[in-house]
Design a protein around this ligand. Structure first.
Ligand code: ADP
Length: 327
């Protein structure tokens, strides 16, 4: 463990005192991309209010085109906002652009790494670009945290895809920003590597980094994030701790395997909206708060159905997402 790795960018306590508990605060953040060559103006962010707590692994979830990159790029100083305010680690991005920018490290999606640099040289060069004095550079530490110590002096072109991604994370860490933003970190990455990356992200968080993760993989947000904001059409449509978000859909699904062929759903069960599946099983959506599962099973028995097996399914983030975005 390297507990000192993620510290607050050489900021003094006074500079940081007013920041409260949030790593990022956005108020009324708005972006309209001007019309271009016949394409109409695009209202990409519609007055976003968002608080990202310090120390969290925060998921920014939404379909393609929702506005996630626009939000991140405004914070990173790459896109100019149309309106609203944003504070990064307490620093207003307009009033304190330099300090707000060094408080955040953004890991881009694309794997663009100069193939003729070694990871060590690349990080050292990047630290120089951020003005980190030689004595304060932590190149070897960072490479070690990301499992790249033994590749420190290998040409980048010899690194595997997973190592390249980790090197990009390392690159975003050279100036020790307290906030790391990972833009779609596992897009197009295989399952094994995805697990590995998740482990590294958890390690960085345990070392003190606030992590912001954009993703359109629901599974990823569910597995990684302690808090999730769902963005759709440039608006935040939900922002809650992950378990609370999942609990918003209380419906469960009961699937019954009859002990005998049930060709049609019995008349007496139509009020329950029982669905007969292609394989002959019967499924019913229910809310455990209103309808105890035992009552449902009794209704099936009363309708003359003998039950060979039952299973119930919880709703997952996919259900929440579909429910919220279909509104
Ligand atoms: P996401 O990252 O969630 O996929 P983006 O922030 O990239 O979403 O895009 C949000 C909306 O803004 C989309 O409709 C996109 O087409 C539009 N957009 C993004 N960048 C530009 C740009 N440079 N010029 C015009 N429209 C843009």
């Amino acid at each position: 463990m390297i507990p000192s790795l993620m510290t607050s960018t050489n900021l003094t306590v006074e500079e940081n005192a007013a920041t409260g508990a949030n790593a990022i605060e956005a108020r009324g953040l708005t972006k309209i991309y001007a019309s271009q060559g016949g394409a109409p103006a695009k209202h990409a962010l519609k007055s976003i209010d968002l608080d990202i707590p310090r120390g969290s692994i925060f998921g920014l979830l939404g379909p393609n085109g929702a506005g996630k990159s626009t939000f991140i790029n405004i914070l990173a100083g790459l896109v100019k906002k149309t309106g609203g305010t944003a504070r990064i680690w307490g620093f207003d991005i307009d009033k304190n652009p330099r300090k707000s920018r060094v408080s955040i490290g953004v890991v881009p999606q694309e794997l663009s790494i100069d193939p003729f640099f070694t990871p060590f040289d690349l990080l050292d060069l990047h630290a120089g670009m951020y003005g980190v004095p030689k004595a304060e550079r932590r190149t070897a530490e960072i490479l070690s945290v990301l499992g790249l110590a033994d590749k420190a002096h290998a040409y980048a072109r010899t690194l595997s895809g997973g190592m390249r991604r980790r090197l990009l994370v390392a690159k975003a860490m050279v100036h020790s920003p307290p906030i790391l933003v990972l833009d779609e970190p596992t897009a197009g990455v295989d399952v094994e590597l995805r697990q590995q990356l998740w482990d590294y992200v958890r390690t960085l968080n345990a070392l003190g980094a606030t992590i912001v993760l954009t993703t359109h993989y629901l599974e990823e947000a569910e597995a990684m994030c302690d808090r999730i904001a769902i963005i759709n059409h440039g608006q935040v449509i939900a922002c809650e701790p992950t378990p609370q978000l999942l609990a918003r859909i209380s419906d469960k699904r009961l699937v019954i395997t009859p002990a005998h062929l049930v060709a049609m759903v019995p008349e007496s069960l139509t009020s329950l909206n029982v669905e007969r599946l292609g394989d002959g099983r019967l499924a019913v959506q229910y809310n455990p708060a209103d309808t105890p599962v035992m009552m449902l099973l009794d209704r099936f028995k009363e309708a003359g159905i003998q039950i060979a097996d039952i299973s119930t399914e919880e709703s997952d983030l996919e259900d929440v997402f579909l429910q919220l975005t279909s509104k």
